[in-house]
Design a protein around this ligand. Structure first.
Ligand code: SF4
Length: 616
């Protein structure tokens, strides 16, 4: 099986021992690699029952799909666990070279079980595994951690994934940051790593990753590169990164403004909006980069800006929206500083921005006071935001309540504040707007990890930027029926891409899934077409659903915050619009063949997907 190594490293932190298992080819064929991790987690849940996400029984599984390190258009490593925010499936994809090094070091993935009694970091160099003391690293920010580990291991081109103080303090939306400054941002995976007392994992390897058909693959790579150069979407990403989309999305009504309560930002005047990729590149010297040294991606949407004599990460669209438009901050320098602070502390910028936006609304409406916070918490106050970010990461004062995530914090502050707490199943809502694109509301409501835009990038379909004629989506979906169908199609396709380790940006609106199927076949040697691609993604979606149902998921949790479905805005591009989530959910349950009361998939559906044996 090309693209796979055939071995998984399984580390027990409690006993500080490890084993190496063979990768099961049967599971690889059914689910590819992220799905494989979810199946492993499923087996754990079946064996152990309910799992405390921050307890010793939770398992953190890191896998690199077959395309990681073998294909030149994007490379994503999956981090899978039970989420401390939701209590259900947690997963997050990290771009960059970390997964490539896991594979070159001789593994398809790493499983972390149990809990260490003292802080440790894991070194894996050319297959040699060491569990080292991290006493001297505990408490350090991420950049300092990278520096010390790089010096201690002394290997050039070492790839490191580490937590910051937020992960150590078990902030429920802590992330994992790589020394290429790519992050596994969502669902609190960093807190799981912190609960195991693992400060970092450092990997380096030199072995070759074999593919099934090198000649076909190089032809496919060339064609994909040509498609990227011709694609307006890829070229826009290449020029300004995801930050380039901010101005369009503000004018379109597709951003959060003042915790989703306003529809106008800076008078909707492009000349007044300073936090776009375009403006930031006029102010700062900038450069485009691939995600990592081993990922020579043609698009290079990862941007850096030169600030105070050093190159630093350019904030992504999601960060600019959640920390910028959402908090009424229109200051590019401030957003670069906020972004750096979150990366250094190991905080997910989406959840952090959403939590702070909600806290600012609590303050404005009198649910929390200056006394509670220690300072005024007014919209647009950059110093207040930076203070709060630190307090969240270190769990100081009210920061400790906010570090629990907005779903728990609202119950603590006042039940009324839950009415404007933006989350689904406990995961904070990202930047795309359900009043503007109804499909993204349904994606949030039915995603197996809670509110995530990357579990179905339907706003691209509704905008007509990316269509999928190979699956019958030849124009932007207009009827509710077509919108729901497009959600299901993209949920499946996003799951396939995550499972094989392929970045979504060089695909949607750039290349069709006939091409993606050929790439998968050339790498693995499995003869698949676009229908089989869809089926693998669909199978993984239902497997995730079964996992969540086993963890106690109820149908009432497939929901959207009422602000999007019951509170129309009286201004701006989405004035008067609310997301018809109830009608869409009914259709979704019908098309997905889910029981209306229990939420379980019909047995015939599970049989069709070969999920009918040993899984319920
Ligand atoms: S498109 Fe952007 S995110 Fe994706 S691999 Fe390339 S540089 Fe990384």
């Amino acid at each position: 099986m090309g693209g796979f190594i055939g071995r998984i490293l399984d580390i027990d932190l409690t006993s500080r021992t490890y084993k190496i298992h063979s990768t099961k080819e049967e599971w690889v064929k059914l689910y590819s690699m992220m799905g494989y991790a979810i199946r492993l987690l499923y087996e754990e849940v079946r064996r152990k029952g309910m799992i405390d996400p921050l307890g010793s029984e939770n398992t953190l599984i890191i896998v690199a799909g077959p395309l990681v390190g073998t294909y030149l258009s994007g490379s994503k490593t999956a981090f899978v666990s039970i989420s401390p925010l939701t209590g259900y499936l947690g997963k997050s994809m990290m771009a960059g070279s970390f997964g490539t090094m896991i594979k070159r070091s001789g593994f398809d993935g790493i499983v972390l079980r149990g809990v260490s009694t003292t802080p440790v970091y894991i070194s894996i160099v050319n297959g040699a595994v060491e569990i080292r003391s991290a006493d001297h690293l505990w408490g350090k920010k991420t950049s300092e951690t990278f520096k010390v580990i790089e010096e201690e291991i002394g290997v050039k081109n070492l790839k490191i994934a580490a937590i910051g103080p937020a992960g150590e303090k078990l902030c429920r939306f802590a992330c994992i940051v790589s020394n290429e400054y790519r992050v596994a941002g969502r669902t609190g995976i960093g807190a799981v790593m912190g609960s195991k007392k693992v400060k970092a994992i450092a990997v380096y390897g030199e072995s070759t990753i074999e593919v099934a058909d090198k000649r076909s693959l190089s032809d496919l790579v060339r064609k994909h590169g040509e498609a990227c150069l011709k694609s307006p979407r890829a070229n826009a990403l290449k020029s300004y990164g995801t930050a380039g989309g901010l101005v369009t999305y503000v004018l379109d009504g597709n951003v959060p403004i003042k915790n989703w309560s306003r529809g106008v930002f800076e008078d909707q005047d492009p000349a007044k909006i300073k936090i776009t990729g375009q403006v930031m590149q006029q102010i700062y010297k900038s450069r485009g980069k691939s995600c990592g040294t081993e990922v020579p991606c043609v698009i290079q949407c990862h941007k850096e800006v030169y600030v105070d004599g050093t190159w630093v990460k350019h904030p992504e669209f999601e960060t600019l929206a959640l920390m910028g438009t959402n908090l009424l901050i229109n200051d590019p320098g401030a957003l670069i500083t906020i972004n750096r602070a979150c990366d250094e502390l190991g905080l997910d910028t989406i959840s952090t921005g959403a939590v702070i936006g909600w806290a600012m609304e609590c303050y404005e409406r009198g649910y929390i006071s200056k006394n509670d916070v220690g300072f005024e918490l007014k919209w647009g106050d950059v110093d207040a935001v930076l203070n709060l970010i630190n307090m969240i990461a270190y769990r100081e004062g009210i920061g400790s309540i906010l570090a629990e995530g907005v779903a728990r914090a609202c119950k603590n502050i006042h039940p009324n504040t839950c009415d404007f707490a933006p989350h689904v199943k406990g995961l904070e809502v990202p930047a795309h707007h359900p009043r503007r694109y109804y499909t993204i509301g349904l994606v949030y409501a039915t995603s197996n990890i809670g509110a995530s835009h990357l579990q179905g990038m339907t706003f691209l379909l509704e905008r007509g930027v990316a269509l999928l004629p190979e699956y019958g989506v030849e124009e932007p979906p207009k009827s509710l029926e077509d919108k729901v169908r497009s959600v299901i199609i993209t949920q499946n396709l996003c799951n396939f891409l995550d499972s094989v380790g392929m970045c979504k940006f060089p695909v949607f609106g750039v290349i069709d899934f006939d091409h993606v199927a050929k790439v998968y076949s050339a790498v693995t040697g499995y003869a698949v077409d676009k229908d089989e691609v869809m089926k693998i993604g669909e199978r993984v979606w239902y497997l995730e659903r079964l996992l969540n149902l086993n963890l106690g998921l109820k149908v009432v949790e497939d929901r959207l915050p009422s602000r999007f479905s019951e509170e129309p805005l009286n201004e701006g591009p989405v004035r008067g619009s609310v997301c018809p989530i109830g009608d869409m959910l009914k259709l979704f349950y019908e098309y997905r063949k889910l029981d209306k009361k229990s939420g379980y998939p019909e047995p015939a559906k599970l049989k069709e997907l070969e999920l009918d044996t040993g899984l319920q």
